[in-house]
Design a protein around this ligand. Structure first.
Ligand SMILES: Cc1cc2nc3c(=O)[nH]c(=O)nc-3n(C[C@H](O)[C@H](O)[C@H](O)COP(=O)(O)OP(=O)(O)OC[C@H]3O[C@@H](n4cnc5c(N)ncnc54)[C@H](O)[C@@H]3O)c2cc1C
Length: 485
């Protein structure tokens, strides 16, 4: 049995902790915040609950291998999974298009809006179905999904592999379909990534466990503790060194020290290398950080309380902003989301509407800098929220005067909360024409330090965080010559 110290109690850290316990080791998870879960979280503002994370959780279909992993991690428990009828709806000039759970319905809608795009629409739908033949990706008929069925789908998908979402959009003549295609992930993501999202959602493999993010984090924490793991909260690691006997020594900001046989670092690599290990980042990883085609991003979000009686949309709704608002808000579309499916997130008869606007690295850094001046930072947040509120109310006049601002959070919030350098909460953007290699979780010259972070595999996300946590323990098991978990 090895003593394993895990730095960071996000999904990757909790996953490493759970698989360490399942492998017969003893794990201690050290998390700098007062609660484990990292980005998989939510918080209370008076009577309202604000959810930070799950738009869709890949792996909610019991027929998939990923579901098996979430079950091992205690992430799903016995709670119901909310399956929205649409993942998102896009609207421009009164024309609405939705990513429907029923693929046939989406095909019909696309064809009715733009019959002249029939060939491209049919090819797109076939490509989504081709992605669904890959094992692990969708819940549809997993038994028939074999290595061979995946292989057969490759030629159909090759064309999309070469395209970005922006390039895919331009294959369609209809400006509405173009907008629909780029509204969720933007124009620079790999088109294949979009196909995977569509295939996953329509395959019933991208639902939301009831209670959403914080509830899921709590279930994973409970699972870890029930397996005998130790959780230390408010514990920020500052340095890792090696003792003469090879023991790993971790120092903390409260002046304490802990030793272990292995250390698993489940934070952003910036924290791992620069701050904790005092080492330069490995070249392969640095290449990702410097690759302009794989930028990092974050977002500014606002939450408003709202009555549910005349909600003008359901689930996620994306609308094209008028030109003047695009310039002020530095975004073409506004993404908003309502939570009426979560009865406990607001008092009876009310819900929360959250807005999300993505921002690039430069804007992220500006927010982080601005936060050093509390007065200016607060003023900026108020100004931003007011612009967003106006944009929503102009779009939906029935909401005029009915939205009440509850909270605003920015890349600076994520930077403060998770330590991520620019406040990004996914890893790198997934570009077209390449499948970025999964980075090694070993640290050169440090055989007892293993990395477990979503940053090892673009574009990150919850399943990747859970998998890298598991991979770290598989590495340790190999070193310890233990059987698999
Ligand atoms: C708005 C939003 C929407 C999202 N939507 C989805 C979605 O729909 N589906 C999906 O799959 N993913 C989604 N994600 C992404 C998902 O939340 C992340 O991919 C995942 O939570 C990353 O987990 P992680 O453990 O790798 O990193 P993190 O969550 O960043 O966890 C790292 C942890 O390490 C801790 N830490 C850092 N430094 C130290 C230190 N020195 N000592 C101790 N502890 C430290 C941090 O406090 C943090 O808790 C979303 C994220 C956000 C914010």
């Amino acid at each position: 049995m090895a003593e394993i110290l895990i730095i960071g109690g996000g999904v990757a850290g909790l996953s490493a902790g759970i698989y360490a316990q399942l492998s017969g080791h003893h794990a201690t998870v050290c998390e700098r915040q007062a609660v484990a879960g990292g980005n998989l979280t939510g918080w209370q503002r008076g009577e309202y609950h604000i959810d930070n994370c799950i738009h869709w959780l890949t792996g909610t279909n019991p027929k998939t291998a990923l579901y098996q992993m979430w079950t091992e991690l205690g992430a799903l428990g016995n709670v119901d999974v909310h399956q929205p009828s649409t993942l998102y709806t896009y609207e421009d000039e009164g024309i609405r298009l939705s990513l429907h759970f029923e693929l046939e319905k989406m095909e019909e809608e696309l064809l009715s809006i733009s019959p002249e795009d029939e060939k491209e629409i049919k090819s797109f739908i076939k490509a989504i179905k081709a992605v669904q033949t890959f094992k692990k990706l969708s819940g549809n008929d997993q038994k028939r999904n074999t290595f061979l069925s995946g292989l057969q789908a490759v030629p159909r998908l090759y064309r999309y592999f070469k395209m970005s979402t922006g390039e895919l959009a331009m294959r369609f003549k209809s400006p509405y379909i173009q907008g629909f295609i780029t509204s969720m992930l933007g124009k620079d993501f790999a088109a294949l990534a979009l196909l995977i999202v569509f295939a996953t959602f329509c395959g019933g493999n991208g639902g939301i466990p009831v209670g959403s993010s914080l509830a899921m984090a709590k279930r994973m924490t409970t699972r870890f503790l029930n397996l005998g793991g130790t959780l230390m909260l408010g514990k920020e690691a500052t340095e890792i060194s090696e003792g003469e006997t090879g023991a790993q020594i971790v120092e903390f900001s409260d002046g304490t020290m802990l030793t272990a046989d292995y250390v698993v670092i489940a934070t952003e690599p910036n924290v791992a290398f620069e701050k904790l290990l005092g080492l330069a980042m490995p070249a392969a990883m640095e290449k990702h950080y410097k690759n302009p085609k794989m930028p990092r991003f974050s977002s500014i979000q606002c939450a408003f309380a709202c009555k549910t009686d005349n909600l003008p949309f359901r689930s996620d709704f994306i609308f094209k902003l008028p030109k003047n608002e695009q310039e002020i808000l530095k975004t073409e579309n506004l993404i908003i989301r309502e939570f009426s499916h979560e009865k406990r997130f607001a008092p009876k008869g009310e819900t929360i509407i959250q807005s999300l606007t993505f921002c690039d690295e430069k804007t992220c850094r500006e927010f982080i800098e601005l936060r050093k001046n509390t007065v200016k930072y607060r003023a900026k947040k108020r100004e931003f929220a007011s612009l967003i509120q106006n944009a929503i109310e102009r779009k939906f006049p029935q909401l005029d005067g009915k939205l009440r601002l509850i909270d605003v959070w920015t890349p600076a919030t994520y930077h403060r909360y998770t330590n991520a350098e620019i406040g990004s909460y996914m890893a790198f953007l997934l570009p077209s024409k390449t499948i970025p290699k999964k980075l090694d979780n070993l640290v050169k010259g440090k055989p007892r330090v293993i990395l477990a972070s979503q940053w090892l595999q673009a574009p990150g996300g919850l399943p990747i965080a859970a998998q890298v946590g598991k991979d770290a323990i598989l590495r340790i098991n190999k070193k310890e010559k233990r059987r698999k978990i």
